[in-house]
Design a protein. Structure first.
Length: 134
């Protein structure tokens, strides 16, 4: 399905707003020490931002794995984003999967807190990349 420029802009704006709100949600559940939920919210804040970046760049995907693969291919391997910064996205994805689907395993403060600031930096970089594209 092909989107008009206006439709793309609306979706990108929506996903960026969702990214911001989800990052705020992450901060709130961290204060409540809800580590699995915090991991989930951090990942999704990044996910919404990355999916918006792909849309801005006319890259279509349908799955979480596809978004990661296309992000790596078009932005990491090409050098448009620092590899170390981009690793945060993969770490957030792994942490979210572990928290949401791992049997007999709960995330703890020491699993989640070290990724909060790097996640914020990653998301800020993605927002910056989108702004420079618009």
């Amino acid at each position: 399905m092909s989107l008009t420029e206006e439709e793309k802009k609306q979706i990108v704006d929506y996903r960026l707003e969702k990214s911001k709100k989800t990052l705020e949600d992450a901060k709130k559940v961290i204060e409540l020490e809800m580590w699995v939920t915090a991991a989930n919210r951090l990942y999704y804040a990044a996910y919404y931002a990355v999916s918006a970046l792909l849309i801005v760049n006319n890259i279509n995907t349908k799955t979480h794995d596809g978004i990661i693969r296309m992000f790596n291919q078009h932005f990491v391997y090409s050098g448009k984003i620092d590899k170390e910064l981009a690793r945060q996205y993969n770490s957030l994805y792994t942490m979210r999967l572990t928290g949401d689907y791992g049997d007999c395993f709960d995330l703890q403060e020491n699993d989640v807190l070290p990724l909060v600031e790097p996640a914020k930096a990653f998301i800020a970089k993605i927002w910056e990349m989108i702004e420079s594209k618009n």
